[in-house]
Design a protein around this ligand. Sequence first.
Ligand code: CP
Ligand code: NVA
Length: 299
Amino acid sequence: MALKHFLTLLDSPPKDLQALIRRGIELKAMQKQGISHNIFHNKVLAMIFAKSSTRTRVSFEAAMIQGGGGSIFLSPNDSQLGRGEPIEDMARVLSGMVDAVMIRTFAHSDVELFARYASVPVINGLTDDFHPCQLLADMQTYYEHRGSIQGKTVAWVSDGNNMCHSYINAARQYDFTLNIAAPKGYWPRADIVQAAGDRVNITTDPRAAVENADLIVTDVWASMGQEAEQAKREQAFEGFQVDEKLMALADKDALFMHCLPAHRGEEVSAAVLESPQSVVWEEAANRLHAQKALLEYLL
Ligand code: CP
Ligand code: NVA
């Protein structure tokens, strides 16, 4: 079988991405019924985290344990990566010992370089540019509540960041319309937008973006690595909070998602986050099931 990586959603054909949703739902049902499986028997996942994480770490680790395998947590502080060992060397060394590697880091090019030298599947657990694993969970969550997302309208109201880029790729792969609302200067990368063609619309008006939308998504205004820009971004994003007034403009059956961690009172109001339209806790829990399906697919 050819070696598969998962660095962005564009690495897998749409039919495989659809199959991952179905398998995620199946694995979730098995978990709820207490049916155990050994899909990762004797398999080991190495996880390199150069940025903080709660959901990504716990979901991958739990997935490996529940499937009869194991995982190893590595950070630059306690591995030789932090002391300058080349990525190319680390990729070849880990490939000789584990069955897959998950990486969360800053530069997306580092994950690409790692994958070029790895001989086991490499998973992007978030870079400055993309967060594809989160999209698997989001797409599964939408499917569970509302069925196929094909032809629906999703509104992204936040920074044109890693999550936004992955939503753009998802619009291509799952075939939905994506309206992005962000202040000028915080728009997603032009090449990523262009590649999605007329599926993606960009505006500086959050109200226009959410009108009649089926799913409203937001994320923090300052991502990991941008902490020093927090105050400047709070100013730039004034008027972009997803609150009840904004949600009221969306379709009456619209769902609300946020990859979390959320900043109540900034990008989302506490009322929306805790509203019946909000599916954020299931969205987070689905990281576990979606990534089990992903690991099974790649391994
Ligand atoms: N959504 C997400 O990736 O969360 P963590 O940063 O906690 O992993
Ligand atoms: N855009 C956020 C996502 C966190 C899961 C960040 O990169 O910090």
